[in-house]
Design a protein around this ligand. Structure first.
Ligand code: 13P
Ligand code: SF4
Length: 320
């Protein structure tokens, strides 16, 4: 029996669903019940009736699912599947930053730890960040982190001053503006697509900037025949399925490495997924108190995304 069939049998046995991010290997995306960007994974996980969710993504994605549905078992095949943005935002320093700006609304990019989320007012992903920002009263200062590149892109787009945390994605900062310019010069008819975690000097050459789902949607709907893509290479799997007629180029990195592969996303394998479904482990367990406090900013994000209005706290009243 193939490993794919064994996984399907285990999934049935435990009434589990498999959720996969676009950055996973194609063979993982192909066995998933749902493939999406960070926001869609959070929404799907929350709406699902399944008792067990296997998150084929990184740990913060599994934590988000668990915080939004504490009663469900959330499996992450490899607990080492972190994120450089989580590593760049240690809780103690983040808390200190918050205390320095008690009147500000603090927006946490969903690529952050549960503990950091627990001391922020609202979360966002790259697909709803502009909407979240627009919902914050104009007279309130805004703290945005941990991704400074997404933050500075948002500041420019909204013409609003944001106080930025200095974190970055170790994958997206490696794309080279110089080489992208050269590639675009070679293929002037290509549409350049970029994730907002890229450096500003790369984003300046992009025709479309957005989340993984926005980038994928552009390839689906834009009749152009050539696309240059500045994000992680897992996304090419769905792009090739959608547009076998199009020529897809990876945006080049400065070195000659496989820089556009997220080392954390790529820790997941079919073998680890089978193992996790067999043993129902590792299952995420979020510290008491942290899960409850992190639920509020995530629920606020989902409400604003759905067009609902929310109340904003007058000032920071979190832990010392
Ligand atoms: P998306 O929310 O656009 O899927 O991005 C997630 C991510 O980790 C980007 O590096
Ligand atoms: Fe984190 Fe970057 Fe990997 Fe996305 S691509 S999970 S931001 S390290």
């Amino acid at each position: 029996m193939s490993i794919e069939q064994r996984i399907l049998d285990l999934k049935k046995k435990h009434s589990a669903v498999i959720l996969a991010h676009y950055y996973e290997d194609g063979e993982i995306q192909d066995i998933a019940d749902f493939v999406g960007d960070s926001l869609a994974l959070a929404q799907f996980g929350k709406a699902s009736d399944a008792k067990v969710i296997l998150m084929a993504g990184v740990v913060f994605m599994g934590e988000t699912a668990k915080i939004l549905s504490p009663e469900k078992t959330v499996l992450v095949p490899d607990l080492k599947a972190g994120c450089s943005l989580v590593d760049h935002s240690p809780y103690e320093q983040y808390l200190e930053w918050r205390h320095k700006h008690p009147d500000a609304i603090c927006v946490s990019y969903v690529n952050s730890s549960a503990k950091v989320k627990s001391i922020t007012d609202i979360t966002c992903t790259s697909s709803n960040a502009e909407k979240i920002l627009a919902a914050i009263p104009e007279d309130r200062p805004v703290l945005f982190g941990p991704d400074r590149n997404l933050g500075s892109y948002l500041a420019k787009k909204s013409s609003r001053d944001l106080i930025l945390w200095p974190g970055a994605c170790e994958v997206h900062v490696l794309f080279s503006a110089r080489k992208l310019f050269e590639l675009k010069t070679e293929h002037p008819d290509a549409i350049v697509l970029a994730h907002p975690e890229c450096l500003d000097e790369v984003l300046q050459y992009a025709d479309v900037i957005g989340s993984t789902s926005k980038i994928l949607n552009e390839v689906k709907t834009n009749p152009a025949k050539k696309f240059i893509v500045a994000t992680e290479d897992g996304i090419f799997h769905q792009m090739r399925k959608e547009r076998p007629d199009a020529e897809l180029f990876q945006a080049p990195a400065e070195g000659s490495c496989a820089c556009n592969q997220c080392p954390y996303m790529k820790l997941n394998t079919l073998e680890k997924i089978e193992q996790a479904l067999e043993s129902l482990a590792p299952a995420l367990d979020i510290e008491d108190g942290v899960a409850e406090s992190a639920q509020l900013p995530l629920e606020r994000m989902l409400k604003v995304t759905n067009g609902e209005s929310i109340d904003w706290p007058a000032s920071f009243s979190g832990p010392n």
